[in-house]
Design a protein around this ligand. Structure first.
Ligand code: TRP
Ligand code: ZN
Ligand code: CA
Length: 444
């Protein structure tokens, strides 16, 4: 249905709406099938190592975005929105429920991106955030591509591991921090008091890969401070309390609203002392970040070791504070055979035979879908369990003109026996545009 009005419709917002529908559906099924317990044994999950190569990959993308957009990613500039789009696409494909919050500052529209990991106790939220905007003088790779990329990779690792935290996980990327914490203030101010009270901890990461780094831990909350200090102590890295401008980042917006906050920092324009150079290495008498708020805050302005250690510290805090478990061994079954989807035709099935798993399927079965299609609004997608019951992943929505369905859906499949034949059932409901199932997979 290549409609006349198709190309003018907003294409981006549809993905969020679809995932939100999926999340609502999951919640409904959870309510209906609270009875049968998941038979798969669970083990307490240790925090995984965060791949610094992947974190640097995100930084390279943010650098490219700045380079393509006048050299910065500042509030109100094209490079900021492009940064939001990059992070959001990664999270959507990983199965997060994302939303964009708009605000106005200095006459320009600003954006916060909030991503919720489905599941966990909604009354106890562990929240990690980083500002995504740069100053207009440069690309802002240490300030604050570093925190943004590290929490993005942490969030993607949560999804990859199929982590099932006891508490609910939320991540956010704030806009217009550099204009006075504008985005995070806007978020906190618009958050109902009942929702604010559910946040057990807000963790802030702003500048965590400074080229001449120090290891600074926020001391706003003793318990949160201890979680980070324990991590570094185990690695024999000494830390100091963050003192370079208390309240100079987005955690202040939360702290002012009575939320417990913590965070990490590797230093901005203050100079490293001789004593600090002795314990951390680097150059005494020189700023932690000589490119702070400058055009030289590029991918060359990152200390990889500090970025690596701090990324792992973030994962340690997120896992420790949210507790939870993962189902071993996280087995994946995939069908990579192409299946043509007839135009405006009958549904087609792509099967996956699952064997060797004891008991029922998990309550958060991950269904990875890769469908190539020239107008995805034509397409509806269901997962069919071994019992024959269908779980709706995506409905057709005629006006969604975007290409392809590349997404990970979370399905409460705990009423199904894991072993047996599962099917992805796909139907094209409108004439003209066509496509095929490229591959799909199930992760138990
Ligand atoms: N984004 C902050 C700024 O540009 C950087 C900063 C300075 C900072 N001091 C800090 C961040 C202390 C965290 C903690 O002002
Ligand atoms: Zn910053
Ligand atoms: Ca069609």
């Amino acid at each position: 249905m290549l409609g006349l009005n198709g190309p003018t419709l907003p294409r981006r917002t549809r993905v969020t709406a679809l995932l939100a529908t999926g999340a609502a559906l999951t919640a409904t099924l959870l309510g209906t099938f609270s009875g049968p317990a998941n038979a798969t044994p669970t083990v307490a999950a240790a925090a995984p190592d965060i791949s610094v190569a992947n974190v640097k990959g995100h930084l390279n993308q943010l650098q490219s975005i700045a380079t393509a957009n006048g050299g910065n990613r500042a509030h109100g500039r094209a490079g900021y929105k492009a940064s939001i789009d990059y992070v959001k696409a990664k999270l959507d494909a990983a199965g997060y429920t994302t939303s964009i919050q708009q605000f106005t500052s200095s006459g320009a529209t600003g954006y916060n991106l909030v991503a919720d990991w489905p599941g966990g106790d909604a009354n106890h939220v562990i929240f990690a955030g980083s500002h995504l905007d740069s100053v207009s003088a440069g690309p802002g790779i240490n300030d604050n591509g570093s925190g943004s990329a590290a929490i993005l990779e942490t969030a993607l690792t949560v999804a990859r591991e199929g982590y099932k935290p006891d508490k609910h996980l939320r991540f956010a990327w704030w806009g217009a921090e550099e204009l006075g914490l504008v985005g995070s203030k806007s978020y906190v101010n618009s958050l109902p008091g009942t929702e604010r009270a559910k946040i057990d901890a807000y963790l802030n990461f702003d500048m965590i890969g400074s080229p001449n780094p120090g290891y600074f831990v926020y001391d706003d909350d003793t318990q949160l401070e201890k979680v980070f200090k324990d991590f570094f102590a185990a690695k024999n890295i000494s830390t100091e309390i963050e003192t370079e401008g208390d309240g100079r980042s987005d955690h202040a917006s939360f702290k002012n609203a009575g939320v417990r906050v913590g965070g990490l920092f590797t230093g901005a324009s203050s100079r490293k002392t001789a004593a600090q150079a002795t314990k951390w290495g680097g150059t005494a008498g020189q700023a932690f970040d000589r490119c702070y708020h400058s055009s030289c805050d590029t991918t060359a302005n990152i200390n990889e070791t500090a970025l690596d250690n701090n990324s792992d510290a973030i994962a340690h805090a997120v896992w420790t504070l949210s507790a939870g478990a993962t189902n071993p061994p996280g087995r994946t079954f995939e069908n990579t055979a192409d299946v043509a989807i007839p135009d405006a035709g009958s549904p087609v099935d792509s099967p996956i035979a699952v064997t060797g798993i004891t008991g029922n399927a998990p309550s958060a079965l991950q269904v990875g879908v890769d469908i190539k299609h020239t107008w995805r609004g034509d397409v509806s997608v269901d997962l069919v369990g071994p019992s024959g019951r269908a779980y709706r992943l995506k409905s057709a929505s005629g006006n969604d003109s975007a290409d392809n369905i590349v997404a990970t859906y979370t399905v409460d499949a705990s009423a199904e026996t894991a072993n047996g034949t599962w099917k992805l059932r796909v139907q094209d409901t409108a004439a003209q545009d066509t496509g095929y199932v490229d591959s799909w997979k199930l992760t138990f």
